[in-house]
Design a protein around this ligand. Sequence first.
Ligand SMILES: Nc1ncnc2c1ncn2[C@@H]1O[C@H](COP(=O)(O)OP(=O)(O)OP(=O)(O)O)[C@@H](O)[C@H]1O
Length: 115
Amino acid sequence: MLKFIKGFGYAFSGIGYAFKTQLNFKFHIAALLVTAIAGWYFALSINEWLWIIAAAAIVLITELLNTAIEVLVDLVSPNFNPKAKIIKDAAAGGVLIAAIGAAIIGLIIFIPKIF
Ligand SMILES: Nc1ncnc2c1ncn2[C@@H]1O[C@H](COP(=O)(O)OP(=O)(O)OP(=O)(O)O)[C@@H](O)[C@H]1O
């Protein structure tokens, strides 16, 4: 049981590291808060909330994996290496795709409610 609780501590420590060091992570958390307030204001349906939650989770997961990959690359390849570049760029690309998908989902849900 103690090991289980400790596991949560390590996970939150990783999330805290990403929040402190990654500007993008802070931006995504801010965007999530604004979306949650807008969702409450427009009284979204359960289905709409599910889409928002899934999109937000995917963005935050990709952001955390990107942070882990960046740190790992810096650890194993602190000097310039073309393969390190490909690894970091591909991981960043994953975050970009997730963020674009989340933005499109947000627009599809909120635009009809705003206009
Ligand atoms: N060791 C390396 N070898 C080759 N290219 C690298 C290396 N480290 C970084 N790069 C290139 O620089 C880009 C930015 O890397 P960096 O680690 O600064 O990421 P970042 O997205 O700016 O993250 P951070 O938030 O940590 O500053 C990478 O996407 C990659 O193209």
